[in-house]
Ligand binder design. Structure first.
Ligand SMILES: NC(=O)c1ccc[n+]([C@@H]2O[C@H](COP(=O)([O-])OP(=O)(O)OC[C@H]3O[C@@H](n4cnc5c(N)ncnc54)[C@H](OP(=O)(O)O)[C@@H]3O)[C@@H](O)[C@H]2O)c1
Length: 279
């Protein structure tokens, strides 16, 4: 069996690739710029917005880990089907759960899920909530200033380790019984963003300060976090979410353990795994 990992240089895709290699699976890996793939990996340059670029990468592929790009997804699944792909495991988002059509992130993921579902190829949707890697945005401030300014620092979240998202995807790729399933995932604990900063401080052996931002200051900070992707719609969605989480426990699910057989990694473990990013 050969598995194609798209987005193979990304936070999740890189872990999917490593975990499949550790299982001895034949893998092919794509991204637009695959230069940073591990040596020895069968890597191809291919752009999901240009499905024709996958012609050689799809030859002989049985299963696909799909990074979500709404642009080009219909062409990609048609090419995958023509190449004989039997199962597509989609990196999606918990934002699709519910009927919030005002959420632009949810709309984008629904487009991808629906295209895969409509293709007739067997599918599994992996729907994580907030990634722990989102806190990597704080690295420059932590390194340069010893602390971070945070929109609604007391807002609670249950961030998930990218290796756990990948482990669920790999379980779905390698084992029977995951076809037609959608897995909503969270990390194993609800903690505040301020507590996450403290745990990063413990991992790197330095106490860190936090400035709690609200209102317009919080909005402005989020716009700088999102940079060119920070449309007003996305910033307002995130701002509203963080504000609503102050004094509110984040939802914690046990899906990672149910699917993989091992508990989800804590944020403290994530911080230790990433201490070089903050040092
Ligand atoms: N961050 C969160 O809290 C969160 C929560 C739920 C869901 N999500 C979803 O998860 C995804 C982000 O995952 P991630 O953090 O693993 O991503 P990432 O680290 O940004 O990596 C993206 C990967 O996809 C490749 N890629 C990007 N655009 C591509 C294109 N047009 N064609 C081919 N390859 C492309 C990139 O490589 P190249 O640049 O070389 O192409 C890279 O390998 C997003 O769709 C997001 O909505 C995120």
């Amino acid at each position: 069996m050969t598995v194609l990992v798209t987005g193979a240089t990304g936070n999740v895709g890189r872990n999917v690739l490593q975990q499949l290699l550790a299982e001895g699976v034949s893998v092919r890996a794509t991204s637009r710029n695959p230069a940073s793939l591990p040596s020895g990996v069968d890597g191809h340059a291919a752009d999901l917005t240009d499905p024709g670029s996958f012609e050689s990468a799809l030859v002989g592929v049985d299963k696909v880990f799909l990074f979500p790009s709404p642009q080009g997804v219909h062409g990609f699944v048609a090419a995958a089907k023509a190449a004989g792909v039997r199962h597509v495991v989609v990196l999606s988002s918990s934002s699709v759960v519910g009927d919030d059509t005002s959420n632009p992130i949810a709309r984008m993921h629904v487009t991808v899920e629906k295209a895969v579902e409509d293709s007739g190829i067997a599918w599994t949707f992996v729907r994580p909530g907030g990634f722990a890697t989102n806190t990597l945005r704080w690295a420059p401030a932590i390194k340069d200033d010893g602390g971070v300014r945070l929109p609604y620092a007391q807002g609670n979240i249950a961030s998930i380790h990218e290796a756990d998202i990948a482990a669920v995807a790999v379980a779905a790729l390698l084992n029977d019984g995951h076809e037609g399933k959608a897995y909503k995932l969270t990390g194993p604990e609800s903690i505040s963003q301020a507590r996450q900063v403290a745990l990063i401080g413990e991992a790197i052996g330095r106490p860190l300060w936090v400035e709690d931002l609200v209102g317009e200051e919080a909005r402005a900070e989020l716009m700088t976090w999102f940079g060119p992707y920070g449309t007003p719609e996305i910033v307002e969605t995130m701002l509203g979410y963080l504000k609503s989480q102050v004094g509110q426990a984040a939802e914690v699910l046990t899906t990672v353990e149910e699917v993989t057989g091992r508990p989800a990694r804590t944020f403290a473990e994530w911080a230790v795994d990433h201490k070089a990013d903050f040092s």
